[in-house]
Design a protein around this ligand. Structure first.
Ligand SMILES: *[C@@H]1O[C@H](CO)[C@@H](O)[C@H](O)[C@H]1NC(C)=O
Ligand SMILES: *[C@@H]1O[C@H](CO)[C@@H](O)[C@H](O)[C@H]1NC(C)=O
Ligand SMILES: *[C@@H]1O[C@H](CO)[C@@H](O)[C@H](O)[C@H]1NC(C)=O
Ligand SMILES: *[C@@H]1O[C@H](CO)[C@@H](O)[C@H](O)[C@H]1NC(C)=O
Ligand SMILES: *[C@@H]1O[C@H](CO)[C@@H](O)[C@H](O)[C@H]1NC(C)=O
Ligand SMILES: *[C@@H]1O[C@H](CO)[C@@H](O)[C@H](O)[C@H]1NC(C)=O
Ligand SMILES: *[C@@H]1O[C@H](CO)[C@@H](O)[C@H](O)[C@H]1NC(C)=O
Ligand SMILES: [Cu+2]
Length: 624
């Protein structure tokens, strides 16, 4: 074991941390995670994951410098869990970051687990489960770090926290097996049933006249980006993802899953009318367009309960503020030319099991046998060798303080919000749609680029981000559409692993979570102490047999639906076990109906679906 119990701090850091700790406090939370029922869209009652018998779950609030201690008890009974604190640097606290099999093992039912970390930054964040696609079942909420040095503190009277999200009627544990199966060869993502504001609909936001609010808005959804606008009011953007920006006036903003935006909103002097505000899901992300889809959700700035609540006016075109135009309030300059550049090509493609996987370059993320952090801590000097982390975690090892440039080429016709743990990156370039691969000859970078932790790439476009590897740890880089986490759109950055070994000791309760599931806390990605022997690492499904292409598979499944070549598909895919693909809402379609619904979802954007198009079995298939 190369880890040791002392913390590595420079004398200056030690002094400043002593000063901070003189003022800082400890914020304690006891979180009992369990099932409760809720019906946020008024259309379907379902069991959701709550905390302390409460849903929506509580907002975590602290001040910069505070120590946050969360004692989590998993009372779900039938599911493992975990928490990730989205956007926090967690410097020196990589083991508290939360993604399953990256920095910890899942927390088994019936056990407890402590998260304990120092808050090192101000702003608007959120927290959510980061295991087996679980957070859309309810385990998601804002995390707000208040700031005595907020540069805009004299510009507003009050703070407001608001979420937007999307909502499914079925559980992720029921949807994922359908999504990741041969009956869904095109990888059509299940479509949410409704959009929500603050986890409800028709939300009446009480406001005072002649008052300026600092509104912290968080998209805690699973899939849909949302356009958001306030009728009769303009807003001034002042923060994105925890980074203060110079004031920027906006009529409409776009928030992808996981993004945050804070803005100043000044109310009117008169109280004779209420004003609608709208969040509208980006339906270009959806492969189908069910007739009952409620993709708009309305709230009201409520000046007077008796003044009436007008329906929002229809907007013909979404003209949202381009976040690449923002300038950080601290005017931090473009980082120097990179020490390392990596290129990630995004694609979707099928494997031999017929399911559709997501790829960075030629790798679809597959969980290792040992959490990657624990491999880094136990590998000694070999921790700098990417090989020990396994092929399918898509590992990149960086040296301390290197400037890293990531070029992302989207070879897929969908938008994707990419998120990096442990950092705010500089967003230095983003192309328009259909621009193809990044061309360094023509791109120009801003002098003072916007920073954030989640950035949207355009369909068939490209983008470039830069950051400094100044945070020893294992940090994942992934699409924040939860379906694409499930299908493997994730890479692993191992930053300064030798320094990391000096910083982190795995707490006993974190080890116990692994022990309870028979997962080793040392060894390489294959669970071997012979660190260069990866022979038993987890691997994805086999490739498609030679001669089969994704297009061919989809065509074949269509033919099967049409009843022309059904037999061959049944034979080749082995549909014998497809009968277990039972409908989550209780209906019992045959395997062919399952195929048909899946195919309809991908074939025609205007396809009609009476119910969730998702047809699934209760177990298996949960990855990442
Ligand atoms: C776990 O239990 C809850 C509450 O009874 C249920 O709604 C959910 O579907 C179950 N999850 C699994 C994976 O069986
Ligand atoms: C939390 O961690 C700090 C050190 O980072 C330690 O001093 C403190 O005792 C821990 N608190 C709990 C409740 O474990
Ligand atoms: C929105 O929901 C959060 C979490 O439930 C709550 O703390 C917050 O106060 C709500 N916002 C408003 C404006 O009521
Ligand atoms: C609005 O508030 C400002 C100070 O906050 C005050 O000077 C002004 O008179 C108020 N105007 C109205 C119409 O209430
Ligand atoms: C409200 O009244 C104040 C003066 O009392 C004025 O400065 C301000 O612009 C008014 N606000 C709006 C939204 O009209
Ligand atoms: C949702 O809102 C948009 C923008 O106003 C509008 O164009 C569209 O017709 C609305 N859709 C529904 C189903 O209400
Ligand atoms: C991906 O695989 C293809 C064919 O197997 C190969 O031509 C290509 O170079 C690979 N790309 C990367 C980035 O490894
Ligand atoms: Cu994605």
């Amino acid at each position: 074991m190369a880890s040791s119990s002392h913390r590595w701090l420079s004398p200056a850091a030690l002094v400043s941390s002593l000063i901070a700790s003189a003022l800082a406090k400890t914020v304690n939370y006891d979180f009992n995670v369990g099932w409760i029922t809720a019906n946020p869209d008024g259309a379907f009652e379902k069991s959701v994951i709550g905390i302390n018998d409460q849903w929506p779950i509580p907002v975590i609030e602290a001040d910069v410098g505070d120590q946050v201690v969360i004692n989590l008890q998993n009372n779900l009974g039938n599911e493992t869990t975990g928490l990730h604190f989205h956007g926090l640097y967690m410097k020196g606290y990589n083991h508290m970051d939360g993604p399953s099999m990256v920095t910890q093992c899942d927390i088994p039912p019936g056990s407890s687990f402590k998260y304990n970390f120092t808050i090192q930054q101000a702003g608007t964040y959120w927290y959510h489960s980061h295991t087996h696609g679980q957070y859309p079942d309810g385990l998601r909420g804002p995390l707000i770090i208040h700031d005595p040095d907020n540069p805009y503190q004299d510009d507003y009277d009050e703070e407001i926290v608001l979420s937007v999200s999307d909502w499914y009627h079925d559980h992720m544990s029921a949807l994922i097996p359908w999504f990741m199966s041969r009956v869904n060869p095109s990888g059509a993502e299940p479509i949410p049933k409704a959009a929500l504001i603050n986890e409800t609909q028709n939300f009446k936001l009480k406001v005072e006249p002649n008052t300026t609010y600092f509104v912290r808005m968080v998209n805690i959804g699973a899939f849909a980006g949302q356009y958001i606008w306030f009728e009769g009011h303009t807003i001034q953007i002042v923060e994105v993802d925890g980074v203060y920006t110079q004031k920027a006036e906006a009529e409409m903003i776009y928030l992808s899953a996981a993004q945050r935006c804070s803005f100043l909103l000044t109310t009117k002097n008169e109280t004779d009318a209420n004003y609608a505000f709208v969040a509208s899901m980006d339906t270009t992300l959806f492969d189908a367009y069910p007739e009952d889809l409620q993709y708009n959700v309305t709230g009201w700035l409520t000046y007077d309960e008796d003044a009436g609540f007008p329906e929002p006016e229809l907007v013909d075109e979404f003209v949202d503020f381009d976040d690449m135009n923002l300038i950080p309030e601290d005017e931090e300059e473009l980082l120097p030319e990179p020490d390392r550049e990596i290129t990630l090509n995004v694609a979707m493609d099928n494997l031999g099991d017929g399911a559709n996987y997501a790829w960075f370059n030629n790798i679809t993320y597959t969980i290792p046998k040992v959490p990657t952090l624990y491999t880094a801590l136990s590998a000694g000097d070999l921790a700098t060798n990417a090989q020990v982390y396994g092929t399918w975690t898509n590992p990149f090892v960086y040296e301390k303080d290197e400037v890293i440039q990531i070029v992302i080429n989207n070879l897929d016709p969908g938008r994707h919000p990419f998120h990096l743990h442990g950092h705010h990156f500089q967003a230095i370039y983003r192309s328009e749609e259909e621009a193809g691969e990044f061309d360094p000859e023509t791109a120009e970078f801003p002098d003072r680029p916007m920073r954030r932790d989640t950035l949207v790439i355009q369909p068939d476009g490209n983008m470039v981000v830069r950051f400094k590897a100044d945070n020893p740890g294992v940090w994942v880089f992934h699409c924040h559409i939860e379906w694409h986490v499930v299908s493997g759109l994730m890479a692993t950055f191992i930053e300064a692993p030798l320094e990391l070994q000096e910083l982190i000791t795995i707490p006993d309760d974190h080890r116990a979570a692994c022990d309870a599931q028979g997962i080793s806390t040392t060894g390489n990605a294959a669970g071997s102490e012979d660190f260069l022997d990866l022979s038993s690492q987890n691997v994805p499904a086999d490739p498609l047999p030679a001669g089969f292409t994704t297009r061919g598979i989809i065509a074949l499944v269509f033919s099967c639906v049409a009843g022309i070549l059904g037999v061959c598909v049944v034979a080749w895919y082995g549909f014998a076990d497809a009968g277990k693909l039972a409908h989550p809402s209780g209906a019992q379609p045959t395997s062919l109906a399952a195929v048909k619904e899946g195919a309809a979802a991908q074939s025609s954007p205007a396809a009609h679906n009476d119910d969730d198009i998702q047809v699934v079995s209760g177990s298996g298939g949960a990855r990442a």
